[in-house]
Ligand binder design. Structure first.
Ligand code: F6P
Length: 401
């Protein structure tokens, strides 16, 4: 192994530059030259047409700010299998040969990971460094912690405006069909209600929880101020299990529809119920908020930060994990262990698993939901009692979100 390529793919996120830097630094220290494959799999497919590619020499790697989210290597959402060119794999191999690249460290989520498995099955040596802010792989994935921290910060910050206006606020966050980041970010910020795809939402339950808590806060406040915060995952499902998304959204280049419209839907459902509820007038009067025709019900407002949950700065945890995952990717390649996903570095143990297994989608554990339900958070379903079982652990524990 003399030269390797570093490729990042899918949606960018925190900690990715840590992966790029970690892989580059480890490669350099082992006498392997690391190169950037620009623009994800699109760049890999077009490598053959590149005149030069950038080597991440020690000096160049030093210039990468591991703390910044995003990736110096660039991204695209391209599924190699779907490229119509019948010679696509040969073209990729020729491109790698042109620059003498023996193997690839690929950082991506489930889609990018499935492309990595495809390339591996075509005889290309590659190792997967897990990345996705959605946190829906079997392993921890770089980007998750940064996103959870951002969501939590946004919920906390929204409370200042929400309480000033006595509003119910709904924050919609990325995450596709897994609710991990909405769940963890919401819990961290003491959100009142967290709606995730794993729990189809019953809006009568959400409404009753909101009505009771929101008005109780206001009526118990010496300045008659209160707010109610809802975090909703973009992949929200209605009580009947149907998806809620904006029909007009176009698919991305992996072929997935872009999810949008969950927060708007929540606002509509709650507003509808506020308007139809005969008790609201009295509660608004008690809260000294009622003004006929002008302020008859509280406002339910939506905020959609979109890409803000995965850009800017990375959390310290993600930079640590990212550097180790990148470095471990190089060590595995050098050892001749390919077609695998890095799980983590544990002292001198580089832990990995078969990529096919690692990219199987992981959902929020409903038992984990139940513990927070028991503590008072609404998840849009009837509260189910948390039934603990007790287990004494022996030895080392490794746990991720
Ligand atoms: O998979 C990561 C992710 O951030 C999803 O949570 C989100 O639905 C999607 O990417 C957005 O993708 P894009 O940046 O291509 O709009």
């Amino acid at each position: 192994m003399k030269k390797i390529g570093i490729l990042t793919s899918g949606g960018d996120c925190g900690g990715l530059n840590g992966v790029v830097k970690g892989a580059a630094q480890m490669a350099n220290s082992l006498g392997i030259t690391p190169y950037v494959i620009p623009n994800g799999y699109a760049g890999l497919y077009n490598l053959i047409d590149c005149d030069t590619i950038t080597a991440l020499t020690p000096d160049r790697a030093d210039k990468i700010d591991a703390n910044l989210a995003g990736s110096e290597a660039g991204h695209s959402r391209v599924k190699v299998k779907k490229i119509e060119d019948p010679n696509k794999y040969e073209r990729i191999k020729q491109g790698m040969k042109k620059f003498g690249i023996d193997g690839l460290v690929i950082s991506g989520g489930d889609d990018s990971g499935s492309v990595m498995v495809d390339l591996f099955e075509q005889g290309i040596k590659c190792v997967h460094a897990p990345k996705t802010m959605d946190l829906d792989l079997q392993t921890y994935s770089v980007g998750g912690d940064s996103t959870v921290n951002k969501i939590s910060l946004y919920v906390e910050e929204l409370k200042t405006t929400a309480i000033t206006h006595n509003r119910i606020m709904v924050l919609e966050v990325f995450g596709r069909y897994a609710g991990h980041t909405a769940f963890r970010g919401g819990v961290a910020a003491d959100a009142d209600c967290i709606l995730i795809p794993e729990v189809p939402s019953d809006f009568d339950i959400v409404y009753n929880h909101m009505k009771e808590r929101f008005f109780a806060r206001i009526l118990k406040s010496d300045v008659l101020a209160g707010q109610y915060m809802i975090v909703v995952a973009e992949g929200l499902k209605n009580a009947d299990g149907s998806e809620i998304y904006d029909e007009s959204s176009t698919p991305d280049s992996f072929g997935h529809k872009k999810l949008a419209g969950a927060a708007k839907f929540v606002c509509q459902e709650l507003t509808k119920r506020l308007k139809a509820d005969p008790e609201i007038k009295d509660l608004m009067k008690k809260a000294k908020m009622y003004v006929e025709k002008m302020n008859e019900i509280p406002e339910v407002r939506s905020v959609v930060p979109g890409h803000l949950v995965r850009c800017g700065h990375s959390s310290a945890y993600d930079v640590n994990f990212g550097k180790e995952a990148g470095a471990a990717g190089v060590l595995l390649l050098k050892q001749g262990i390919t077609g695998v996903t890095v799980v983590g570095v544990d002292g001198n143990k580089v832990r990995y698993m078969e990529s096919k297994k690692a990219i199987e989608q992981r959902h929020v554990d409903l038992n984990q939901v139940a513990i927070y339900e028991q503590m008072g958070t609404c998840f849009g379903r009837p509260v189910s009692a948390y039934k603990p079982s007790f287990e004494k652990e022996e030895g080392k524990i490794f746990r991720h979100l």
